[in-house]
Design a protein around this ligand. Sequence first.
Ligand SMILES: *Cc1c(COP(=O)(O)O)cnc(C)c1O
Length: 240
Amino acid sequence: MESVAGNLKLVQARVAAAVEKSGRTVADVQMIAVSKKQDSEKVRAAFDAGQTTFGESRVQEAKAKIPLLPSGVRWHFIGHLQKNKIRHALPLFELFHSVDSLALANDIERISSEEGMRPRVLLEVNVAGEGSKIGFQPDALVAAMESLLQLRRLEIEGLMAIPPLAPEAEDSRRYFVMLRELRDRIEREFRTRLPQLSMGMSNDYEVAIEEGATLVRVGTAIFGARAAVKATSRAELFEH
Ligand SMILES: *Cc1c(COP(=O)(O)O)cnc(C)c1O
């Protein structure tokens, strides 16, 4: 577990350097350690080395893992949330990064009302357009925004995106800019505040921070390769 602590230090240092380059302070950017498909011992090693917040993409996996770890660990949900898992997920996660349709938002609203909860959420945007069908298309999000803002239970705090897999971190920059500009447009047109931008993963989090990310989701750079998955598409790889 030496390597997890060492990797974590390295990522933290790079995050700090990118934050400084972006003219902000470390308190402005939170790094989520993505622990999906990693065992609880590695999560504990990262927690012992100072990482407090972890990201999971499957409710079942998280339900099994969370009791194995100290209660001080904080959990974010970053995957596609299935309707039949909402009720289980609500008490487990402090932030849902990936509300990817109006239908899902409506279901979360209804169940949150029944459960007396006020979940914090981000809206997932399909910045690439073609390819993955997951997330709101930018124009569809603008069109859905009025309905979304009427959901009184949801604390909508910002936007999230997973750009297409690219060989170079720089290739992701235009998608990060796109997400930030979409956020700015929605803030203007709907007179609302969407302070959070969840963007950037192991291969491109520094670029994401330069472009305004407030949350970066870093998995393999901290924990190493995940248990092998039989993925036939990038969408499957990300549990969507
Ligand atoms: C798996 C995953 C990550 C982490 O990816 P790495 O390349 O391992 O850093 C980030 N965000 C989401 C939504 C994921 O599913």
